[in-house]
Design a protein. Structure first.
Length: 315
């Protein structure tokens, strides 16, 4: 059963009543089908109405939901013959950023993405998806490999931001993020970036400067977290909902501003309620974006990427 968010309490209460009814009539002595159907229809309508008018802060909560698909789920559901590549050839291997060669619907590609982990042990191992310098340098190495072999690059972005620890700063975090962003922009092959959960700060843009930027319907993408913004402006994280509203973090806002190109629809109630359907929807969007770029040469791809990002914010 899905874990319910704070704003989903009325839906959770209805679902709890449905579960109780089913347990009561588990022996088949009482016919509760009509009552369950009535309550389920009411629950579905409430879920539909709730998700039709989510606030930016509520979308942030959905984007962070622990049961949303992660990088390993997308790899398993979309890519065949995935070959994991490790290490930055300078310091070590960062488990927050994973990547490797794979086949995607008849194409050979390189896929890179953030992995947050899905339980306590894996979240610690993957550092909650917060990349360190060696992770971004690994991404650079892999992108150069893809460029050398003429393979399209697909990136899956899901991070609250790059790791802010002292060790990361000592190893050149800012430079690594800048170099990774530069590597994205200089690729002579198609690059498709998809924000599948959180797209936070430089840790996200370092893997998201692609020819086409896709974004899930309930994902968020911003220069800083709402809590971080609120702490700076109002000296309290309690103002995070107001910050999320002002920052225009949602896919709908960012599409209007030209920051992203395509909004990928999610199943009713978010990707965590039907991961297989969400993964399939993303696959279709990636396939379509790659198809649009298939006939462009290196110079045209670089020029298109440059013009795309220079146009953002232009009045």
């Amino acid at each position: 059963m899905a874990t319910f968010l704070d704003f989903e309490k009325p839906i959770a209460e209805l679902q709890s009543r449905i579960d109780e009814l089913r347990e009561t009539a588990a022996d088949g002595a009482v016919d509760i089908d009509s009552e369950v159907a009535r309550l389920q229809a009411k629950s579905d309508k409430l879920l539909r109405d709730t998700y039709a008018k989510l606030t930016p802060w509520q979308k942030t909560q959905v984007a962070r939901h622990g049961e949303r698909p992660h990088f390993k789920d997308y790899v398993a559901g979309l890519f065949d013959d995935f070959m994991l590549l490790s290490g930055d050839r300078a310091f070590g291997d960062d488990q927050a950023i994973l990547g490797g060669f794979a086949h995607f619907r008849g194409r050979k590609i390189l896929v890179i993405g953030h992995e947050k982990g899905d339980d306590t042990a894996s979240r610690l191992r993957h550092n909650f998806g917060m990349g360190k310098p060696e992770g971004y340098r690994k991404a650079i190495r892999l992108m150069h490999l893809a460029d050398r072999f003429g393979l399209p690059v697909v990136t899956l972005v899901d991070t609250s931001g790059a790791f802010p620890g002292v060790q990361a700063e000592e190893r050149g975090q800012a430079e690594a993020i800048a170099r990774s962003t530069e590597a994205c922009l200089s690729l002579g092959v198609p690059m498709i970036s998809a924000v599948v959960g959180e797209g936070g700060s430089g840790g996200a843009i370092a893997l998201a400067a692609g020819n086409k930027v896709l974004m899930f319907e309930h994902a968020v993408y911003s220069v800083i977290s709402p809590e971080g913004c609120a702490s700076i402006l109002w000296r309290t994280a309690d103002k995070a909902p107001e910050a999320a509203e002002a920052m225009k973090v949602t896919a709908q806002d960012l599409k209007g501003l030209g920051v992203i190109d395509t909004i990928v629809p999610e199943p009713l109630g978010g990707a965590h309620r039907d991961p297989a359907l969400a993964i399939a929807s993303l696959g279709d969007a990636i396939d379509g974006a790659l198809g649009e770029l298939g006939n462009q040469g290196p110079a045209e791809l670089r020029r298109g990427r440059r013009e795309k990002f220079l146009a953002i914010g232009r009045v």
